[in-house]
Design a binder for this molecule. Structure first.
Ligand code: FEO
Length: 164
């Protein structure tokens, strides 16, 4: 049986993953509004990944006999600036998530909750990949700038991301 403190922490993380999905859908709509359909596609796929992250945590919580307590998700912004700013905000958001996953991992370790620690290892690894991937996109965007042909090339490349 999972502890009440770990249950609460996992429920908070589930809320955060779902809030991340909402944020990326809002960013996707923002990019579509600027006719950057490739960036919009990438962000929609990312939103699906976040929903999958939440679902994986929900399954784990229930397997441990925990109680799911879904919470209200605050509405995301509707304006994000240029595409470079969109992905800078994505990177900042992912860094925040990494911090939360690290805190959860530490809590599991302190509680000697080995099952949670092992389940959270997947998220620790995933965050390394997420930050590296988004960081690369930010580097490419900064290199080409938001004027000229380079950004449209990047847009078409981002549109090729496979779905989850
Ligand atoms: Fe579920 Fe992008 O962290």
């Amino acid at each position: 049986m999972i502890s009440k403190t770990m249950q609460d922490a996992l429920n908070a993380q589930i809320n955060l993953e779902q809030a991340s999905a909402q944020l990326y859908l809002a960013m996707s709509a923002h990019c579509t509004g600027k006719s950057f359909k490739g960036f919009a596609h990438w962000l929609t796929v990312q939103a699906s990944e976040e929903t999958a992250h939440a679902a994986k945590l929900i399954a784990f919580l229930l397997d441990r006999g925990g109680k799911l307590e879904l919470k209200t998700i605050a509405p995301p912004p509707t304006e994000f600036g240029g595409v470079i700013q969109v992905f800078e905000q994505t990177l900042a958001h992912e860094k925040t998530i990494t911090g939360r996953i690290s805190a959860l991992f530490e809590q599991a370790r302190n509680e000697k909750d080995y099952a949670s620690e092992i389940a959270l290892q997947w998220y620790v690894t995933e965050q390394v990949e997420e930050e590296a991937h988004v960081g690369e996109i930010v580097d490419h965007l900064r290199a080409v700038g938001d004027q000229g042909g380079g950004i449209w090339y990047l847009d078409s490349r981002m549109g090729k991301r496979g779905t989850v």
